[in-house]
Write a protein that binds this ligand. Structure first.
Ligand SMILES: [Zn+2]
Length: 262
């Protein structure tokens, strides 16, 4: 029997242990992968993972407050936003904003903008290339060009400017949604090869001037990357996290134990 993400979210909301045990076994590996990427120096700290899990469990978490149909990739995209927000990176030494990026990177195409944007998300050309279906060498060339274009628009500059400003740019992009912005489904349609040539043209045009959607598109490609080859935890591996969240571990869960312990 297939247990869907939709059912998981519903069960978590209703406080059923099967929702939370599924969340732990399937998404702790995804959280670990995201932490290893965004906080490599702290990724081995178990307190960080515990903190993220406790945050998902809080009643104010996205899990309890979204009305969108919880498809797995949608769920992981929200999870990623929560993780990055919890990491709360400090301000960059040389700050830049989206307005500067718009002015500098105007000449780039949609895919080129994405190649540059993935740098703010700390993905190397070797990682971003496959996500964009271009060669790492192409990503590298685009980034060199983007770096020069930005350099021409700012007073102080260094090559790591985009990566250092990543968290702040990501927050600014997420907050700058307009009425013309595309829904998550539009980007997933591209990922799944379901988009028409005309839709793609419209998307190209919109993303030409919208960092919110460039970011959104990149984050959906990132979700596919985060889920790829992800192996669920075993029951034994899940147990400490079930204990942390106060969820009855699988198999030992049940009314008898619950009633008996009350
Ligand atoms: Zn947009």
């Amino acid at each position: 029997m297939i247990y869907t993400c939709y059912e998981m979210v519903r069960d978590c909301r209703e406080g059923r242990p099967e929702g939370w045990t599924h969340f732990i076994s399937h998404y702790v590996p995804v959280i670990r992968k995201a932490l290893a990427h965004y906080a490599p120096e702290r990724a081995d700290d178990p307190a960080l993972l515990d903190h993220v899990l406790a945050t998902v469990r809080k009643p104010e978490s996205f899990l309890f407050h979204s009305t969108a149909p919880p498809e797995e990739r949608w769920f992981v995209a929200h999870l990623r936003q929560l993780i990055v927000a919890e990491l709360a990176a400090g301000a960059a030494e040389i700050p830049i904003d989206l307005e500067t990026l718009t002015a500098a990177l105007g000449p780039l195409t949609m895919t080129e903008k994405q190649a540059a944007w993935f740098e703010t998300m700390r993905y190397s050309p070797a990682q971003a290339g496959p996500m964009l279906r271009v060669s790492p060498g192409t990503v590298e060339k685009v980034r060199d060009r983007a770096a020069e274009l930005i350099r021409g628009k700012v007073d102080s500059w260094r090559r790591t400017l985009l990566a250092e400003n990543g968290p702040a740019l990501g927050r600014e992009a997420a907050a700058s949604e307009t009425k013309d912005c595309l829904p998550t489904k539009a980007f997933l349609d591209v990922v799944d090869g379901r988009t028409t040539w005309r839709d793609r043209e419209m998307m190209d045009r919109h993303l030409q001037t919208c960092w919110h959607c460039v970011d959104h598109f990149c984050r959906m490609l990132e979700v596919v990357h985060l889920l790829r080859d992800s192996q669920p935890l075993t029951e034994a591996e899940s147990e400490p996290f079930c204990a942390l969240l106060g969820v009855a571990a699988p198999k030992r869960a049940g009314w008898k134990r619950f009633v008996g312990g009350a």
